[in-house]
Write a protein that binds this ligand. Structure first.
Ligand code: AMP
Length: 222
């Protein structure tokens, strides 16, 4: 299964990609995580990407495409993957199509997660991320068991520079200008399904599973 998850920042793509990945045994490939790792490791690519990311702007395509291309080459990505945060524009989608054509692969399905803007701003400005494993928490409705520490690995939680409210608004604008046209692009290609992104993570996972023909379903937490 080769899936693309679309949606504005804060729609829950990362959470869903992780849950789906466990469910369908495919790696989550998150361009934002790959970029943050490059920044953390101060690689030449990370150094170039950082200022764009801190502002909430898109990192130039040449950098992102390089990261994605080499990630798709790794053995665990051969049988399938879940792309989260990439592509983010029509030119990136066209570049992805070229990369897949070279590999003799095709996208199975594109799922867009819809959430209204006000809800997104609320969600993201309360978001905390693990420095070590990228797991995410929400201070109001999904806090960690021990304040400031990741439940999974004990890593330190921090607020991403680009999760502050003014930057979030800019990221939403970037989404509307650059990424939203992909709904039309993949809609015309007959690949797009849309799901409502409001609800508990397990409920949203079930909506996605139904769209990709993998029902059988995650248990909704009570
Ligand atoms: P995310 O974790 O997906 O919200 O991404 C965080 C930041 O990384 C974005 O605001 C961009 O600066 C950068 N980024 C992530 N994915 C891409 C992409 N596909 N193209 C360009 N920039 C990206």
């Amino acid at each position: 299964m080769r899936l693309v998850l679309l949606g504005p920042p804060g729609a829950g793509k990362g959470t869903q990609a992780r849950m789906l990945g466990e469910r369908i045994h495919a790696p989550q490939i998150a361009s934002g995580d790959l970029l943050r790792e490059a920044v953390r490791d101060s690689t030449p690519l990370g150094v170039k990407a950082r200022s764009y990311m801190d502002k909430g702007s898109l990192v130039p395509d040449e950098l992102v495409l390089k990261l994605i291309n080499s990630r798709l080459d790794q053995p665990d990505a051969k049988p399938g993957w879940i792309l989260d945060g990439f592509p983010r524009s029509v030119p990136q989608a066209e570049a992805l199509a070229g990369m897949l054509q070279q590999r003799g692969e095709t996208i199975s399905k594109v799922v867009a997660i819809n959430v209204p803007d006000d809800e997104l701003v609320k969600r993201i400005s309360g978001r905390r991320t693990c420095r070590n494993c990228n797991e995410m928490y929400q201070v109001s409705f999904d806090p960690p068991a021990k304040p400031g520490l990741c439940n999974k690995c004990g890593g330190e939680l921090y607020q991403r520079e680009d999760d502050h409210e003014d930057t979030v608004r800019h990221r939403l604008q970037v989404y509307n200008n650059e990424t939203r046209p992909l709904l039309d692009y993949y809609g015309k290609a007959g690949l797009l399904s849309e799901v409502d992104g409001i609800g508990r993570p397990e409920e949203i996972l079930n909506r996605i599973l139904a769209k990709i023909g993998e029902s059988g379903s995650a248990k909704a937490a009570s």
